[in-house]
Design a protein around this ligand. Structure first.
Ligand code: ZN
Length: 365
């Protein structure tokens, strides 16, 4: 490994944003913007891309291969932002592996990029920008003998960008169904983008979720998809026929985050929590009709998800968070429902079912 001892700081200055003028009365605070981070270079084990924007300069993205000409590392934003400043630091904390040549580029449309600074090595700082941008990338100009090492992007923008509080990378495997490569890559990035949301819904103190997940499509897989540990396996046939059913992979990613080990956890509740995250947080409104004659709290999947949503609404905004904590720590017992709501799960079931059938009657009228 070639060690570059010189650390060069790039100062990159961009003009002031032309975002709409601020009116003191009606200043809209736009929600932060999510990011997808991609690279032409594969990540070295444990050195994932999202480490480049996790607010922690101690964690690094390191590529598994040396940099080739035109390789890039790109952060794409869900919506355009007015850039106030950007700083990029490459190389390890001891300055070794800093990028010796390359460019820092921005894009207004995510397709055409324009250079805003040349990289020598080390840091980059910037201020202002004449246009809203939706992507920033580090691009190599020539092949180098070193891997690409990015310590941290620091970006100030309006609206702000969401840093990777729970960094994760999903490796895909479509060797069984190469024609599904583009679809699975898209879904992997989608699940990466929603990893923060899933972890916020299911957070417990001291728990660090998996940082590397494998997502595979198998042509002979029966069923839709399943998760075990940090591996997600899906049916190539099913997703070829149902390409819009990306929520199924959010459900499986939720199982990876749940990380339950206890045999005391009832299956209906494990699946209910995963479908609660899917249907009430990821794709609200898509749950479809519930059969009121047959629905019970323990009917599992989306029916239990609807039951949990009812309890969240009527009794305790944090009930899913609390049930998740019990299950993750191996302390689940049915009495928990009574503790959190004052009623047994059977009493809650009766009540929920009568509310459901009233709702169904009204819909019929
Ligand atoms: Zn499941």
């Amino acid at each position: 490994m070639q060690h570059l001892m010189v650390s060069i700081v790039l100062m990159l200055t961009l003009g002031q944003g032309d975002s709409s003028p601020e009116t003191p009365k009606a200043k809209l605070v736009e929600p932060p913007v999510s990011i997808t981070v991609e690279s032409t270079l594969p990540s070295a084990r444990g050195m994932i891309r999202q480490f480049a924007f996790d607010g922690d300069p101690a964690t690094l993205f390191v590529s598994d291969e040396p940099i080739r000409e035109s390789d890039h590392f790109t952060m794409s934003f869900d919506r355009p932002v007015a850039l106030k400043s950007v700083a990029v630091v490459t190389g390890r904390p001891d300055s070794s592996g800093a990028l010796g040549s390359g460019t820092l580029e921005v894009s207004e449309d995510g397709k055409a990029f324009c250079e805003v600074a040349k990289f020598a090595s080390g840091e980059a700082h910037a201020k202002g920008n004449p246009h809203e941008i939706c992507a920033i990338r580090v691009k190599s100009e020539k092949s180098l003998e070193i891997p690409l090492i990015i310590r941290e992007f620091t970006i100030e923008s309006e609206p702000s960008l969401v840093p990777f509080k729970y960094p994760v990378e999903i490796q895909t495997d479509v060797s069984d169904a190469p024609e599904m490569k583009e679809w699975l890559e898209k879904v992997a990035r989608l699940c990466e983008r929603n990893y923060r949301m899933i972890n916020e819904e299911l957070k417990t103190e001291g728990y660090t979720p998996a940082r590397e997940i494998n997502m595979t499509l198998k042509k002979d897989y029966r069923g839709v998809a399943a998760a075990g540990g940090t591996r997600i396996t899906g049916s190539a046939k099913f997703f070829k026929e149902h390409p819009d059913d990306v929520g199924a992979m959010i459900h499986e990613t939720t199982h990876v985050v749940q990380h339950y080990r206890s045999r005391n956890n009832p299956g209906w509740l494990v699946e209910g929590v995963a479908d609660y995250v899917r249907f009430f947080k990821f794709e609200p409104g898509k749950i479809g009709p519930i059969n009121t004659a047959r629905a019970h709290y323990n009917s599992s999947y989306r029916v239990t998800a609807a039951f949990l949503a009812y309890l969240t609404e009527k009794y305790d905004k944090e009930i899913v968070l609390k049930l998740n904590k019990l299950m993750r720590e191996g302390n689940y017992k049915e009495d928990a429902f009574k503790e959190y709501t004052g009623k047994t799960v059977q009493e809650l079931d009766e009540e929920w079912r009568s509310v459901l059938s009233e709702g169904a009657k009204e819909a019929d009228d």
